[in-house]
Design a protein around this ligand. Sequence first.
Ligand SMILES: [Zn+2]
Ligand SMILES: [Zn+2]
Length: 474
Amino acid sequence: MEKSSEQSIEALRHTSAHVLAQAVKRLYPETKLCIGPATQDGFYYDFYRSEPFTPQDLEKITKEMEKIVKQDLPVERLEYDKKAASEILKDEPFKREIFNEIEGDTISFYRQGEFIDMCAGPHVKSTGLVKNFKLLNVSSAYWRGDEKRQSLQRIYGVCFPEERQLEEYLRNLEEAKKRDHRIIGPALGLFSIHPEFGPGLVYWHPKGAMIRKIIEDFWRQAHLERGYNLLYTPHIADISLWEKSGHLSFYRENMFPPMNLEQTSYQLKPMNCPFHILVYQTTLHSYKEFPLRWAELGTVYRYEKDGVLHGVLRVRGFTQDDAHIFCRPDQIEEEGMHSLDFVTYFLSSFGFEQYEIYLSTRPDRFVGSIENWERATKALEKALVKKSLSYQIDPGEGVFYGPKIDIKIKDCLQRTWQCSTIQVDFNIPERFGLKYVNQENKFEQPIMIHRAIMGSLERFFGILIEHYGWLQSR
Ligand SMILES: [Zn+2]
Ligand SMILES: [Zn+2]
């Protein structure tokens, strides 16, 4: 899509959010306004109100929105000085909080009819352009994403430039409901989850386990054919390992609490990387052995909030198809190409041929030298170019420890799913003091690349169920 049309769709969706807010204010004037951005397919607006919005309320709001569209109110940009702006916002405590943080002397507002909202824009010219919209649901959200602050009600909607696009979206939504793996999975006897004995933990039943075995066999074979070795490592380790790896300081909130035993504490693993490093450190390595490609179907445990758990797609225990590649700095490009080849071979074997690829570059907070970052980012980019894969740059979205390539697959309903990742890491080799002997017989630090193709077996299984809609084909 061209940039300008993308921008105008965003303006259309954001204007839909204002139309929603206007309708809510007309029907429930006591409601306080928070924020209302455009999203990937539509928009939402966060409201503060003591009464919950019911499905009947959404119908009423929809009717009111239709009226506002019909009225075809011009959308006008206005600029006020701080004093006048403060007066307009006197009954909107949430907007005021944002207002108090804005620097500069003038504040922009947008007005349509009687409704006015502090906003930077952009918007379409009139409410009459918001034709093809639908409100989907209400969920809760915290003001500024902070659970210690007020609980808000977020009304979600979608909006499209063309009627047929809205129809297609709604058709896909219906189709997705029919394909919900949380219904199909247990109905076909593939898996179950027993929240009363631990939410987010997956039990694979005989039929599901057989499918998993077939996937695992294919996975192992494909790895052996591509010069990987396989590892098996424990599920827990003394907590000092996680101190050394840094996980205790930067990943703690995603970890299960430690278990105390004798004089020490053990930690359930949220990642496999430190274990592979311990294996690496058992012998001296030479540049001649590189690249070392080690893979493991490693089961990890991560603490996810109850509210975000979703069938087998978002869980607390899962098996990653993890791999770590140890190589020389000059091998990043080659290993990037090798991994990209593998990823596309593997995913297309399951029928996924459409990808969205992102190259994420250096964030504000990072470790390692800028030089190394640039070299590694260029190497990954070259690998993408040489493999003729189209990609987008995600500026500043790299992990703090290095640049990465993320590959999302598109399913038959045009939904995208993040699966594969190829991440260069400057941090963990440094923390563990990893070494290899280079060509000049001197010690040097190897590059470590984290790589996953499916992401996790559980998640990939859920995607497969929804993509193929297994229940329907019977
Ligand atoms: Zn706005
Ligand atoms: Zn890793």
